[in-house]
Design a protein around this ligand. Structure first.
Ligand code: HEC
Ligand code: HEC
Ligand code: HEC
Ligand code: HEC
Ligand code: HEC
Ligand code: HEC
Length: 417
């Protein structure tokens, strides 16, 4: 009697599949056990997050700062709290993790949040770990069309499906194991087996074979390939987006000092914002209004080397070669006066806390989704603007407030030449 060897092949492939599943599900993260997943905590955390963190963070997406979900797994709870309360203190104390992160994010300073109580911090972490699923956050960004809705199945369901699948496979494995042992017993009792077949029946399922089996290798290769493709796609979505870009400038000019400490109005230097399309970068002449007299910072002797560069440019009539940070492609039209003078928006809405920046960085993504998102949600300031009187009358029957989208803010031709 001869036994079909392929049935053992099936057994081996199923073991391989289960092993692969365990390896894969091992990559899912687990939040710190002290972080509560109660609805109340998540909700309290959400309002804190929206008020203090959303300008720079998303849960599942790198933004100005890193994606936050899973932070209590990759860092200790204590470290995470300290970092949120005062990241600069950790960085200045030389904490290796904090310093590495700070470097990775172009030395962007996260503001301190020392007003947050320990309860606040725990609620924030509840929201960060258990709040909105990827879809909700991406939709709130208005940029989710491509990424957020592609997933279809919410991630909790995916996890459940995975667990059930693993369970079913385990069950099959156990049943198969039983069948095999019953068969073995039965065959060992039968007399008419030659030596070869006996050996074959009594061989052990050895793990080494499982790992080197074709099935296992194919499954692992597929998973690795899928991960590589996903990473590449995520990368492609970000091509051309320069959020966080903070190049080194030819003169170490500081907004934190001039616009923050000395409160020089933005318009003093960026003369175009109220009147034209472009905000303008000031020429050396404007700097010299003050620096004719100011040659160094208090307590310094002689001319500061940074200001010497300014004098050199001014005396020799050389333009200072500032590196441009914000730069829309030529196909898009953006006008500052429309947004600053007419709409009355603050510079900080789009540019972030410039007055705290030692080195300017690009705060917003500047994608089309970003423009559209604001146009969908922002009401127009119509008071004191006669131009809008007729429109307001026409619109008064609608229940919704008059938004930018209602005056054509979503029309292609308004933003594209
Ligand atoms: C002005 C932008 C900004 C704001 C506002 C901000 N962060 Fe950050 N955050 C960052 C940046 C940038 C980093 C990366 C580290 C660095 O550059 O210091 C970071 C890092 C972190 C980290 C470490 C993440 C990791 O992977 O280890 C945590 C946690 C964090 N932020 C939480 C918060 C919370 C909570 C709030 C609101 C209370 C908040 N941040 C507000 C910019 C910000
Ligand atoms: C004393 C002059 C001065 C004042 C005041 C000033 N800026 Fe600037 N700003 C500059 C110079 C010079 C640059 C180019 C060098 C740099 O990027 O730091 C610049 C660059 C910028 C950029 C980046 C431009 C780019 O390349 O995309 C933004 C945005 C900006 N300023 C916004 C502001 C805002 C908002 C304020 C007010 C809170 C302000 N500035 C106040 C001189 C000034
Ligand atoms: C309205 C006045 C004013 C204008 C305009 C102005 N500055 Fe300043 N600047 C100051 C003051 C005040 C200080 C700080 C002096 C101190 O701390 O004692 C300073 C300090 C500096 C420093 C720091 C020097 C050092 O060694 O740290 C640099 C660099 C500088 N300015 C560059 C510029 C440039 C470039 C421009 C034009 C884009 C400019 N400033 C425009 C008032 C001005
Ligand atoms: C509605 C969003 C928004 C607001 C509000 C806004 N900006 Fe901008 N800013 C932009 C965009 C978008 C660009 C890039 C423009 C481009 O590349 O054509 C930009 C570019 C700039 C630049 C680079 C030079 C230029 O004109 O391209 C400076 C400087 C600047 N802004 C300063 C300011 C100042 C100062 C204020 C407030 C008085 C302000 N911005 C308000 C969106 C905004
Ligand atoms: C923070 C909110 C905000 C952002 C971001 C924003 N806008 Fe606007 N935009 C407005 C508001 C408010 C108005 C209405 C101004 C008015 O009353 O005419 C407006 C008006 C406009 C208009 C005139 C529309 C019309 O029908 O007259 C154009 C064009 C425009 N924006 C282009 C852009 C572009 C391009 C971007 C992105 C680079 C952008 N906006 C980003 C708030 C925003
Ligand atoms: C509120 C302003 C605004 C409106 C309205 C708008 N766009 Fe855009 N669009 C932009 C901006 C800004 C960019 C550049 C984004 C970037 O560089 O990432 C862009 C980029 C694009 C691009 C990509 C070009 C490239 O280089 O990849 C296409 C295509 C496009 N828009 C088509 C449209 C069409 C079609 C419509 C009408 C349904 C439209 N846009 C309406 C602001 C707008």
């Amino acid at each position: 009697m001869t036994i079909k060897r392929s049935s053992f092949g099936v057994f081996n492939s199923i073991s391989a599949l289960i092993l692969a599943f365990f390896l894969y599900s091992g990559t899912a993260y687990a939040a710190h056990p002290d972080v509560s997943d109660s609805e109340d905590a998540i909700q309290a955390g959400q309002s804190l997050f929206n008020a203090n963190c959303r300008t720079c963070h998303r849960l599942d997406q790198n933004y100005t700062g890193p994606a936050l979900r899973g932070v209590t797994e990759r860092r200790s709870l204590d470290w995470t709290k300290k970092f949120i309360v005062n990241s600069q203190a950790l960085i200045q104390a030389g904490d290796a993790e904090a310093v590495a992160l700070f470097r990775e994010y172009n030395n962007i300073q996260m503001p301190s949040h020392d007003f947050l109580s320990d309860d606040d911090l725990m609620n924030l972490l509840s929201y960060i770990e258990y709040g909105d699923t990827a879809d909700a956050t991406a939709a709130a960004d208005g940029e989710g069309t491509a990424e957020g809705q592609a997933g279809g199945i919410p991630s909790e369901y995916l996890t459940i499906i995975l667990v059930v699948l693993v369970f079913v496979l385990l069950l099959i494995l156990v049943v198969l194991g039983l069948i095999v042992s019953v068969l073995k017993k039965y065959l060992n009792q039968s007399q008419d087996l030659d030596q070869d077949d006996k050996e074959f029946i009594n061989q052990k399922t050895d793990l080494k074979k499982v790992f080197t089996s074709d099935a296992f290798i194919i499954i692992i290769t597929t998973i690795v390939l899928a991960l590589v493709v996903k990473t590449a796609l995520d990368g492609l979505y970000n091509v051309g987006i320069q959020q966080g870009y903070a190049p080194k400038q030819p003169i170490a000019y500081s907004h934190q000092l001039h616009a923050g400490e000395y409160e020089i109005p933005c318009q003093y230097c960026h003369t175009g914002v109220e009147i034209g399309k472009s905000a303008n970068i000031p020429s050396a002449n404007i700097c010299m209004n003050c620096h004719m007299h100011i040659q160094n910072v208090d307590g310094q002797e002689g001319i500061s080397p940074e200001i010497a560069k300014l004098y050199d440019a001014y005396d020799n009539n050389k333009p200072i070669e500032w590196v441009r940070i914000h730069n829309l492609p030529d196909l898009a039209y953006f006008n500052h006066s429309q947004h600053v003078a007419v709409a009355g928006l603050e510079c900080q809405t789009c540019h972030g806390p410039i007055e705290e920046m030692e080195v300017v960085y690009q705060h917003s993504s500047l994608t089309m989704g970003w423009c559209i998102d604001c146009h969908r949600n922002t009401e127009i300031t119509t008071q004191g603007n006669e131009y809008y009187d007729k429109l307001v009358q026409l619109h008064s029957e609608s229940k919704d407030a008059l938004k930018v989208k209602d005056i054509g803010g979503l029309e292609c031709a308004k933003c594209h030449y």
